[in-house]
Ligand binder design. Structure first.
Ligand code: UD1
Length: 432
């Protein structure tokens, strides 16, 4: 099994290019099958989750042509059926977008129930509420969710919780429904806006994305388009936190600084310098970080997908920090692993009380999920000595070439698949 082996203690320096947003890509790729005409997607991140969605679509007859590593041509003129049932799809949360896309276009969707990271209960009741309001019959049987409708009609939907997935899924089905749909209490994340822009580029009529109220006027059909996905807010944030925790100086290229403001604001409180220019953000952290308090919230609040990374950074900051997770109820599982590296963190319910230690010490640990896995990589990068991280398949679901990009910043990290390779790495870096 592949793992990362890391020799910590080197501050990250240099420039890194940020890729396309995974969570936008999953929705956009699925929605590309809502027309007969070809759709070309650029800036697609090449990671496991996007591969799973494309494979699932290929399985029902969608033609997928990879043009380059980061662009793909999708042709859905010959879809055979609307049932998607494979082991991989079950593992990723974003596969729920296949339901909205097929329901919108074919009025029929049968998809194995989506899973995703084990970070707490991840219900899809708001998706179902939305589909039902548009006139679909939705049922869950034998691990499959089915949505069918003879007609979809616009509706006024008030979401009980702010849900990224439900907001996007309802937009998909409503784009091809008859009449007008209003989504109230909609999610405002950058990828919700990106997704609406993409559907509009295919001929949809969606207004208000990025605010609490989204208005969709259904159209009869969508057409082909060429679209470039926005940069990944969370990949960028992860590198920002890695720069801060290792006391480095890292310039991120190809980002939208506005999307990173909640992260930049925290880093400034923690004593970092942040410089922003057009599509560039530089994080300079020459000294030990200060403590701060963080609460995760829907956008524009601090993202839950950055909670483990900032907790790791605060674990080696001076003083006591409090991190409150308000989106998912079970997102501190990685703290056990961090404790094995010397962290002093107490978790009480949805709150972590962090007493900063001087340093982490390397250990053999496992990635419990995608973002926590990335956070543990950051811990390894600033730890004294060697760290090995198992189960990196979770990390690779959502980060393209994380080890390669980190090496480009001077990190001592390798992706290895044998014990021998671990030993070789250790020997090579012992003296260093
Ligand atoms: C998406 C992201 C995930 C991110 C999360 C919050 C994808 C593939 N995943 O996940 O990386 O952490 O947004 O930014 O884009 N909820 C319900 N009922 C529902 C749907 C959600 O109660 O039908 C609750 C969830 O349990 C959670 C909250 O609403 O407490 C937010 O979830 P949501 O925004 O839907 O997250 P996901 O779409 O699962």
């Amino acid at each position: 099994m592949e793992k990362y082996v890391i020799k910590g203690g080197t501050p990250l320096f240099g420039e890194v290019e940020i890729g396309g947003a995974k969570n936008a890509a999953l929705a956009i790729l699925a929605a590309a099958m809502m027309t007969d005409e070809p759709v070309i997607i650029e800036n697609m991140p090449d990671e496991a989750d996007t591969g799973v969605i494309l494979e699932a679509m290929e399985g029902i007859g969608v033609e997928i042509r990879r043009l380059t590593r980061h662009s793909v041509r999708i042709g859905a003129a010959h879809v055979r059926d609307c049932t998607i049932d494979n082991e991989q799809v079950k593992k990723i949360r974003g596969s729920y977008y296949l339901i909205g896309a097929m329901l919108g276009r074919y009025r029929s969707a049968h998809v194995v129930l989506p899973g995703g990271c084990n970070i707490g209960l991840r219900p899809i009741d708001q998706h179902i509420k939305g589909f039902t309001a548009l006139g679909a019959r939705v049922s869950i049987e034998h691990g499959m969710i089915s949505a069918e409708a003879s007609r979809l009609t616009g509706s006024h939907i008030y979401l009980d919780v702010v849900s990224v997935g439900a907001t996007i899924n309802i937009m998909m089905a409503a784009a091809l429904a008859e009449g007008k749909t209003i989504i109230e209490n909609a999610a405002k994340e950058p990828h919700v806006v990106d997704f609406a822009n993409f559907l509009n580029s295919m001929g949809a009529n969606i207004k208000g994305a990025g605010t609490d109220v989204i208005r969709i006027r259904g159209v009869e059909r969508l057409h082909g388009a060429e679209y470039t996905i926005i940069p990944d807010q969370i990949e960028a944030g992860t590198f920002m936190m890695a720069a801060a925790a290792t006391k480095g100086d890292v310039t991120l290229r190809g980002v939208i600084p506005k999307h990173l403001e909640s992260i930049s604001a925290k880093l400034i409180e923690m004593g970092c310098q942040i410089r922003e220019m057009d599509d560039v953000v530089q994080v300079i952290a020459g000294r030990r970080l200060n403590h701060t308090h963080v609460k995760t919230l829907p956008y524009p609040g601090f993202p839950t997908d950055m909670q483990p990374q900032i907790t790791v950074a605060l674990g080696v900051a001076s003083g006591i920090s409090i991190v409150t997770e308000s989106i998912f109820e079970n997102r501190f599982k990685y703290v056990d692993e961090l404790t094995r590296m010397g962290a002093n963190i107490k978790v009480e319910g949805s709150t972590a009380i962090i007493e900063g230690v001087d340093r982490y010490t390397g250990a053999d640990i496992s990635a419990p999920d995608l973002r926590a896995g990335a956070a543990l990589v950051i811990a390894g990068l600033c730890a004294e000595g060697f760290t090995t991280i198992e189960d990196i398949r979770y990390i690779e679901r959502g980060y393209e070439d994380l080890d390669v990009k980190l090496r480009g910043l001077g990190a001592q990290i390798e992706r290895v698949d044998t014990e021998r390779a671990v030993q070789k790495f250790r020997l090579k870096h012992y003296a260093a």
